[in-house]
Write a protein that binds this ligand. Structure first.
Ligand code: GLU
Length: 303
């Protein structure tokens, strides 16, 4: 398989799609990112990396950070988090308040905002290097010490974060936060504002394709925990379009409103894509098409 050739082909194939969709503008710091950009990277279980297009342009990973926070909580605290967060698709927008009241303050899954706030809360409680634990993990797995939160994106989300504030206060009212609301929100917003490139993202998530093994050979997660995270990504990782994503791509994946998506081919590689134009469900239009093309041409889907 000539992966480099394939990625170069995919860049050409999806180019017209990179002008489709809309950038997320409910976070003002993301509204100025230009359409027409597309990057793709593959990191293999052996550490080889292949990249094409705008694969080295940093972008805001937003909700993709939720995967790393969950991995750190499972690594540090085992299954305890599942008493506070369910693992079912929500069937509602990622920032919905309605379901949380119906379900007595237990979020549907760790990848909607309410669930991610609970995970970040737990990370603050258990992590020695909170609130920068996610950033440190990304730096270590990529070997890139310059990965950081984009201060403008974080500031603009904080200034417009009424919904997430509501969710956090709501969770607190049900006793489902251990730390002060303001601290949880700050950690969550900074984690979402982390910026990195496709190449970094593929490398940072490689532990999901290696049964939990980190780049330094130690284990972050057990094979069972890795299986569990991949399963939740498959069912809940791509907003209210996880069924469509499974149908087209056939891999566990996690998307963010910055236009990035990371997908996992278990025991083989990770594939990251970025293109800022989002479709109606919030997933990158060109990104989903590229992953569809990738798994169709390689046969590397879990189905
Ligand atoms: N920081 C964003 C929010 O909470 C993340 C959204 C996303 O990427 O899904 O609204």
């Amino acid at each position: 398989m000539d992966i480099q050739n394939l990625l170069d082909d995919i860049v050409g194939a999806v180019e017209p799609l990179t002008l489709q969709g809309d950038v997320a503008d409910y976070i003002p710091g993301l509204a100025s990112v230009g359409l027409g950009q597309f990057g793709i990277s593959v990191a293999t279980r052996n550490g080889d990396v292949f990249s094409a297009g705008d694969a080295d342009v940093p972008f805001s990973i937003q909700s993709i950070s939720k995967v790393f926070a969950l991995a750190l909580v499972l690594a540090g605290d085992g299954d305890r988090i599942w008493r506070r967060v369910f693992r079912e698709p929500s069937g509602n927008p990622f920032n919905s308040l309605v379901q949380l009241e119906h379900e007595d303050g237990i979020p549907r899954n760790p990848f909607i905002n309410a669930g991610a706030l609970v995970v970040t809360d737990r990370l603050l409680s258990i992590s020695a290097n909170a609130p920068t634990a996610v950033r440190e993990l990304l730096r270590q797995e990529t070997g890139n010490p310059s990965i950081d939160s984009d201060a403008d994106v974080a500031r603009s989300e904080a200034a417009h974060g009424h919904r997430n504030s509501s969710l956090a206060h709501f969770l607190a009212s049900y006793g489902n936060l251990e730390n002060p609301v303001e601290e949880v929100l700050e950690a969550y917003i900074n984690q979402c504002a982390l910026a990195m490139s496709c190449t970094d993202l593929a490398l940072a998530s490689r532990f999901l394709a290696t049964n939990g093994r980190r780049s330094n050979g130690t284990s972050l997660l057990s094979p069972l925990q890795t299986k569990r995270i991949n399963a939740v990504m498959l069912t809940c990782g791509t907003y209210d379009a996880a069924g469509e994503f499974a149908y087209r791509v056939g891999l566990p994946g996690k998307s963010g409103v910055g236009g990035g998506i990371v997908a996992v081919v278990p025991n083989n590689c990770t594939v990251s894509v970025w293109s800022p134009g989002l479709g109606r469900s919030g997933n990158s239009v060109a990104g989903v098409a590229a992953l569809d093309e990738f798994t169709t041409r390689t046969g590397w889907s879990i189905f």
